[in-house]
Design a protein around this ligand. Structure first.
Ligand code: RNT
Ligand code: ZN
Length: 415
């Protein structure tokens, strides 16, 4: 008997069908963020990263052109089991030589190369208007700016992005999740907290006035508690975005687990939101002390979030996207380790006998529940994971680093 066969039997004795778990996992798309490959730089500006986010580190080999970014993403994806969706930011528009188009005038054609890339790899595409790293961010504000011209520029950007999102959906045949996040806020105690939020609300409403097919484009709004240089106040707070989504038909809330106070747990918020919203969206990251966007690992909260999605029957109600950026290590490895960690978390969740555990809770069998939950932690998940990687045609954890090293030596070092 192989290790996998033995593990399969052990899981079966706990009431878990690992074949079914692996099948479900291969059918569940996870959105892969293009911005891990180049430290959130994009191709439409030379300036610094702004908006309260920051990449730290200066590891060599960063992708600087669309070709390099695509090649690195291909390498990273060759190391990831499971189904991927491409997650793009508007700042990754690809212009013809000598061409420049500002964000309020972007067109589907500026993303044609990405569509070609996604289609060839059988991926859908998610999209993000880029409300940061741009000279039209005025005094740290975009959609909530008191300046009507500034607001108009960014509203036009949002509307252009809706048209581009619809194009992605039509081309790929997969709905496009379009996420609105701005870094709008203040470093220090504001004199007016409601004014910017009223303007933010009206601006998003104007973006959503752009006609679009709601089965093709899924707009969502991401909240954030603070950012670098935006410590005292954000316009798009948790209450603001959640209430916006709840009161605007077809608009989804997006929770990024780096965007809450450190003791708040998104794993607990997922089932709360699923009581009310037909669909929600997530940015999955790992914050250390703040929204530091470290590479996702298989830690307790990562596992807990995956568990909630699975046991709430949320695999097709929760749009899952990775969102982190580490410039301090090999970026291809960062991409792939994070994606593999989320796959492991989902696999662990799918290999858990949730119904039996739920019954214990309902019957108040808390002693047995605790004992069983502890037992499950050391079931031979690694053997299932290895089998899953083999079936998906990707390297095992044992051989992973060798692949990274080879690509670094052969490709990244010569950049
Ligand atoms: C920033 C938000 C946002 C960005 C990306 C690049 O704190 O998490 O989602 O990370 O849009
Ligand atoms: Zn995010």
């Amino acid at each position: 008997m192989t290790r996998f066969e033995s593990a399969r039997e052990i899981y079966a004795s706990c009431g878990v069908d690992v074949e079914e778990a692996m099948r479900k996992l291969t059918q569940t798309p996870v959105s892969l963020h293009c911005w891990q490959g180049d430290d959130v730089t994009g191709f439409d500006h030379d300036g610094p990263l702004t908006g309260g986010i920051q990449t730290t580190g200066n590891y060599p080999g960063k992708a600087r052109t669309p070709e390099q970014l695509m090649a690195d993403m291909d390498k990273a994806m060759s190391l990831m089991p499971g189904k991927k969706k491409l997650n793009l930011h508007a700042s990754y528009a690809i212009f013809a030589p000598g061409e420049f188009v500002d964000r309020d005038r972007l067109e589907p054609g500026h993303f044609a190369k990405w569509v070609e890339f996604a289609k060839a790899r059988n991926m859908g595409i998610d999209f993000n208007p880029t409300f940061f790293s741009h000279p039209r961010v005025k005094d740290g504000l975009t959609l909530s700016s008191p300046d009507p011209e500034t607001r108009k520029f960014w509203i036009d950007h949002g509307r252009a992005c809706i048209r581009i999102s619809e194009y992605f959906a039509r081309e790929t045949g997969v709905p496009c999740v379009m996420n609105i996040w701005t870094g709008d806020g203040y470093k220090d105690v504001p004199a007016d907290r409601m004014g910017p939020r009223m303007r933010y609300k009206e601006s998003i409403e104007q973006i959503l006035e752009e006609p679009f097919d709601r089965s093709l484009v899924k707009p969502c709004i991401e909240s954030k508690v603070f950012g670098i240089g935006v410590e005292a106040y954000t316009a798009g707070s948790a209450e603001f975005t959640l209430t916006f989504a709840a009161t605007h038909e077809g608009c989804l809330p997006l929770m990024d687990n780096g965007h809450y106070h450190p003791t708040e747990l998104v794993s607990d918020k997922i089932p709360a939101l699923l009581c009310f919203f037909p669909e929600i969206a997530l940015h999955i990251t790992r914050g250390i002390r703040w929204d530091s966007d470290h590479v996702l690992l298989l830690d307790d909260e990562t596992r807990e979030m995956a568990k909630e999605i699975v046991r709430c029957g949320g695999l097709d109600r929760v749009y899952m996207a990775l969102d982190y950026f580490d410039a301090g290590i090999n970026r291809v490895s960062a991409w792939a380790v994070g994606f593999r960690s989320w796959q492991k978390a989902l696999l662990a969740a799918l290999c858990t006998p949730h119904d039996a555990l739920r019954t214990l809770q309902e019957e108040a069998g808390f002693t047995e529940l605790m004992a069983r939950q502890e037992m499950i932690k050391l079931l031979p998940l690694g053997d299932i994971w290895n089998e899953y990687c083999t079936r998906e045609g990707v390297v095992s954890d044992m051989d992973f680093y060798g692949e990274i090293k080879r690509y670094e030596d052969e490709v990244l070092k010569s950049r």
